[in-house]
Write a protein that binds this ligand. Sequence first.
Ligand code: GSH
Length: 200
Amino acid sequence: MIKIYGIAGSRARRSLWAIEEVGVEYEHVQTSFMDDSKTAEYLSINPNGRVPALLDGDLALFESMAINLYLANKYGGDLYPRTKEDEARAIQWSFWGITELEPHLIQMVMHKMFLPEAERSPQAIEAAEQALERPLPVLDAALAEHPYLLGDSFTIADLNVAGVLSTALFAGYDYSKHANVQRWAEACLSREAFVRTGSL
Ligand SMILES: N[C@@H](CCC(=O)N[C@@H](CS)C(=O)NCC(=O)O)C(=O)O
């Protein structure tokens, strides 16, 4: 049976969302990003010592975006784009999510919640908020023409980018001035499969 390693309070949530969305049977191996992810057994699955990871038969995969694209492609039906062009767009948006959005959101979360009090910096939070003003208008414009990134229906492109953006909720960051982003994120993050991951 497929195994997903990680805890919902980590980047593993987006891979739990993907597997809940595709609806295949799986085992959720609760694996914290502290000690659990540094054992010899876990490092044989993900030598980076980070979560998430996936095991499917002989395949051990790390990187949340790769895991999600694999799950959608192999098991996801219409969640995976039907044309090569849309497949390329889904890969583009997935890379974009973790390169253009995620670093700023993580900076915000670190300085609001995780760093020791003495190391937290309001300037770093402000800098992250300012930096997000470059990618968020790009996302907003892409969502002006269609309800979802690739057109009229929800696909893995939406799941991957909304999964990254969901860190903003955790960080208490309000992106509602980007009206299309707000509307789209509400539609994505109210899906039953995502909501279920909140209690995994
Ligand atoms: N690019 C990786 C990042 C994974 C990652 O950094 N996960 C964090 C938890 S949110 C982790 O495992 N941190 C533990 C560590 O860095 O030792 C992915 O998207 O899967």
